[in-house]
Each structure stands twice: as C-alpha cells, then as structure tokens.
Design a protein around this ligand. Structure first.
Ligand SMILES: [Fe+2]
Length: 265
C-alpha cells in the first residue's frame, strides 16, 4: 500500500520528534503493509512557514536513515496544507509542495469545526491552475459531519477525499466514524491514509481498519484507494475509473427519508 498522509518527518510539525521515533513509525507502517510513504508535514499560512526546501531536505535525510536501517520503504515528499484564501497563489509562487512533488495533487486540510466560506473558491483556484485538491480526512470536520451534502457537491466538482484509517476504529469519535462509513458506502473515498503522528498503540490498528474497509466496499475498492489511486498521484496522472456521484438522486430521496437513511444498507 501507499500512504499519502502522515507526519513522519522529525521535528517539522506535531508529528515525529526524532529520527528514532520516525524509524519506529516507519517500521510499524511497513509491518502494516505500507511500501511507500508520502510524508506530509503541516504547512500553515504564517511568516515563518515550513518551506518546500526544508521538507525536501528532511525527506532525503529520512530516506537515507530508513535505507540504513534496512526497512524496505520508499519515502517521498509532500505536505498537508491548512486552507487559507491565498493557497493557490502560494502554490504558484512555489511555496507549497504537492503530493510526491509531481505538481498535480495538493493535500488540503480544513479546520476541525467549520467550513470556511472561501473553501470552494480555493478549490476552484487550485483547479484553474491544473491542480487537484485532495481533502484530508473530511470525516473529522464538524461542518461536514453535520452537512455531508457538501461532499457530494465537491466530489462532483472533482475534489478528492482522503479518509483516515483510524476514523473507522472510532479514533475521532462516533460522528467521524459514522461519516467515514457513509463516505465509503457512497464511493466518496478516493484515498485512505494513516495520518500517523507517532507510533500507534496497537499493531493491528491499520489491519483492522483495512478489514473494515473491505467489509464495506470489497477487495477491489480497497486496492483502488490504497494502491491504484495513490500510484496515479505519484505518476502525476488522473485517477482511473468512472466517477459518478448521484447528488440529485440523493437530494430527492432526502426529502422523503432523511439524509442519513440514504446511505445505510
Ligand atoms: Fe495530518
């Protein structure tokens, strides 16, 4: 599997604090089945922001240490970008790193509690520049838990979604877990990521979450979200497969049965 979201680079954000910790996390992710990790430290709009140069240099250091430690895992650069109105301009000014540094997909994070009013404008600005926004763990956002309709709307506009493995284990509360399952059932998940900041408590966390994904969507879809789609990202290509979202149908049924019932089997 390829992980498109984690915080394994040491000392750059609230993730790993040392190279030792980084190696322990990488080892655990390897045991869970990940062969490639795109490191995505948090980047915020601030004066002293984390630059692509710093991310690339640290990725290189980690890559060397992982190889020296004999862990057969590939480490690639990326970033998780907290949304702000000038996000697209920052990409244009080469101040932000795309996933795998291919210039095609940008991992974007929303605040936990709300959906900023400029969100759709930022998505649009990125797309105009030929970038595909990948929204990090939408199931953790309170605004989207309350109004999942936004996800259908955004998906139809070409926004992609990355689910956190641990959301399926209830790590972020029942609301996130429920939305995670709903997104899977609605084919609104394009990637599944670890978002690992440190060593996970149980060695089986990722495996159990993966089993849950397979139960809900089947083996083929697991392959798509954990391997094929990330491979397309790294190749800088469009995702394979038809993508149809049935917003109108859902919207119509909503009036009869209530929105949540649409997704339940
Ligand atoms: Fe993250």
């Amino acid at each position: 599997m390829i992980d498109i979201h984690n915080h394994i680079l040491p000392g750059l954000d609230d993730g790993s604090k040392s190279m030792e910790e980084t190696l322990a996390i990488v080892r655990q992710l390897y045991k869970a089945g990940f062969k490639t990790l795109i490191a995505t430290p948090h980047v915020l709009e601030e004066r002293d922001f984390l630059s692509p140069r710093e991310i690339l240099e640290t990725t290189e250091q980690v890559r060397k240490c992982v190889a020296e430690a004999g862990i057969p895992v590939e480490i690639l650069p990326g970033s998780e970008n907290y949304i702000f109105p000038d996000l697209a301009k920052w990409v244009r000014d080469e101040k932000l790193l795309t996933l795998g540094n291919t210039g095609k997909y940008l991992l974007v994070e929303l605040p936990m509690l709300e959906i900023p009013q400029y969100t759709e404008q930022v998505f649009f600005d990125l797309q105009v520049q030929g970038l595909t926004p990948v929204l990090a763990h939408p199931e953790r956002n309170k605004g989207l838990i309350d109004k999942p309709e936004h996800l259908l709307n955004w998906a139809k506009k070409g926004i992609l979604f990355q689910l956190n493995f641990r959301s399926l284990r209830g790590r972020y509360g029942p609301g996130s877990q429920e939305l995670a399952e709903i997104m899977l059932r609605s084919h609104l998940v394009h990637f599944i990521g670890s978002d690992a900041h440190r060593i996970s408590q149980g060695d089986t966390t990722y495996l159990e979450a993966l089993q849950r994904v397979e139960e809900i969507v089947g083996e083929e879809r697991v392959k798509e979200v954990a391997m094929e789609n990330p491979q397309a990202v790294l190749a800088g290509e469009a995702l394979m497969g038809e993508r149809e979202y049935t917003f109108n149908e859902l919207h119509r049924r909503k009036k009869r049965n209530g929105f949540w019932s649409l997704f339940r089997r």
